[in-house]
Design a protein around this ligand. Structure first.
Ligand code: F6P
Length: 536
């Protein structure tokens, strides 16, 4: 990606304020936003103007974005380091045509598995299939990373639609989590879903064995009460899960893109197959938009280009995701994996070193909570942090509509405050109104200055329905794809997680006290020594 032209435009930005752009163009809000019909993405509160946008859009053509997009949807093996296609879009291709990988249409298998999931989910919900003690009251999903974060996020998001059994998620190998989760549950009325693409992940397999022992001890029957979600179907059978309870998916579904398929099974059990279908249809609607809209109107493309402007051109190291929607409480964590595992790379597809910054640090927390915690730094810290606000026009609590109005007002107030700021003169005037004068007025006023001119975008949607959630998740998936293409990296592998896994395996026997820590660095050996000396 050639950024020279864009970097030359940064100078023009330094001599003006975002607010000035609104003064110069009364239609700026309309001109610098993209819509899908029901979602509106407003990026007008950034420094992007016509020239910058045109230069950003030219990047898309320079990297042949439309060919790369077509290659992804067509099932080409664009995940070159793993030799795999990238086809999570096929999982939501409900009324689309065939999708071929190696000359084979994958859609019959996708739709067949989806139908099996629907039947299973409805049987669990309706009590047609049960545990040894009766209908299932609770479902425990055991998985980590992409086999956890997507369903956890969606389960929180779709709480108003949750009418199935209670759901619990266990991901951490820390026994505290599984102990706390299982303690109140009835082992004869609990369904355990073991979700692991590879079915080898140490955390998941350890937790699965613990849950199986707990169930047997408590009079449950794992043959009746365990299900598996994986692309390694042979391993699920070796674990003892009957074939009828195994929901497989292909290796062309990346873990962090897998919530649309069998990994979404717990969500389907919670909200029902019709609501889950609506989620898939939302994702599919965003796919169609991404494939057909002009770059300037294309929401994932413009979201990505705003990201490139802030990260690769200006150099801001992080971006905050700030949903004003409490039910999106796990969305920042989900986006952390989606964005940072995908685009946190320093090697280009051809093996050469990346010549520009990789993807940014992504972090966040729902508003208004974050306002009373870290927004201080966003408003007055020395680093500029581009903020991505999200908010619904409507909540789900008509009896509490005044809460929603306050939520919306706060969301809009934050982006306004970030852009407008407060000058020293304005701060002085306020201090004077409060009766301060002289040196004390001056000292106090300086603490009350907001530089302003801090960029943010806002995604606003009618209501957090399954369909809208599907659109939002697919929007960010495609944003990550576009940013990856612009960077020239492979967004679909994750070699960076391997070294830690290998070292953990070699440290296992050392921590058990079976093997000496000789050969380990001094710090690691000393920490192991402390743990062994203090072991109960
Ligand atoms: O360690 C990273 C990772 O491979 C993620 O990419 C993946 O989502 C997670 O582990 C879990 O993997 P699996 O679904 O194979 O258990």
């Amino acid at each position: 990606m050639q950024l020279d032209q864009l970097k030359s435009l940064v100078g023009s930005v330094n001599s003006r304020r975002i607010l000035d752009l609104f003064g110069a163009d009364s239609n700026r809000a309309q001109g610098f936003s993209a819509s899908t019909g029901d979602l509106l993405f407003d990026y007008s509160k950034t420094q992007i103007d016509d020239d910058i946008r045109a230069a950003l859009i030219r990047l898309c053509d320079k990297v042949n974005l439309s060919d790369r997009r077509a290659a992804m949807f067509a099932g080409d093996k664009i995940n070159e380091t793993e030799g795999r296609a990238v086809l999570h879009t096929a999982l939501r291709n409900l009324d689309g045509g065939p999708v071929e990988v190696d000359g084979q249409d994958v859609m019959p298998d996708v739709l067949d598995t989806l139908q099996r999931m629907r039947v299973f989910a409805e049987e669990v919900r309706g009590g047609t299939i049960t545990g040894t003690g009766g209908s299932f009251t609770d479902v425990v999903n055991i998985g980590i990373g992409g086999s956890d974060l997507g369903p956890v996020m969606a389960t929180h998001a779709l709480a108003p639609y949750h009418d199935g059994p209670r759901l619990h998620y266990v991901s951490n190998v820390d026994g505290a989590q599984i102990a706390d989760t299982l303690r109140p549950l009835d082992p004869t009325r609990t369904l355990v879903i073991v979700a692991s693409k590879t079915f080898t992940t140490i955390e998941t397999m350890t937790n699965a064995r613990t849950a199986r022992a707990w169930m047997i001890d408590g009079g449950g029957d794992p043959a009746q009460q365990f299900a598996a979600v994986s692309s390694a179907v042979d391993k699920t059978q070796a674990f003892g899960i009957p074939e009828a309870r195994v929901f497989g998916f292909a290796d062309w579904v990346g873990g962090r893109y897998s919530v649309w398929g069998p990994v979404g099974l717990p969500v389907m059990i919670a909200v029902g197959s019709n609501a889950f279908d609506a989620f898939l249809r939302g994702g599919q609607a965003m796919d169609l938009h991404f494939q057909s809209a002009e770059w300037i109107e294309n929401m994932p493309v413009m979201l990505a280009l705003v990201g490139v402007w802030h990260r690769q051109v200006i150099g801001h190291t992080s971006r905050a995701v700030l949903p004003y929607d409490q039910r999106l409480v796990r969305l920042p964590a989900y986006f952390q994996q989606l964005e940072m595992e995908s685009n946190g790379k320093s090697v280009a597809m051809d093996g050469s070193a990346l010549t520009m910054p990789s993807g940014p640090v992504v972090w966040g927390e729902p508003g208004t909570n974050g306002q009373h915690a870290f927004y201080q730094l966003i408003h007055q810290g020395t680093d500029v942090i581009p903020c991505e606000f999200m908010v619904a026009a409507n909540g789900h609590e008509p009896e509490l509509v005044h809460h929603h109005h306050l939520l919306l007002a706060n969301c809009l107030a934050q982006s306004e405050a970030l852009m407008q700021g407060r000058s020293l003169d304005e701060a002085r005037a306020r201090m004077a109104e409060q009766g301060l004068t002289g040196a004390e007025l001056e000292r106090q006023a300086r603490h009350r200055v907001f530089s302003g001119d801090r960029p943010s975008t806002t995604l606003i949607y009618p209501q957090l329905t399954p369909y809208v959630l599907g659109q939002i998740i697919a929007l960010y998936e495609h944003r990550v794809f576009v940013e990856g293409v612009l960077l020239g990296i492979n967004s679909f592998d994750q070699w960076g997680v391997e070294l830690g896994k290998e070292l953990a395996t070699s440290l296992g026997p050392i921590v058990e006290g079976e093997v000496s820590a000789k050969g380990k660095d001094g710090s690691t050996a000393a920490l192991v020594g402390y743990a062994l000396r203090h072991r109960d």
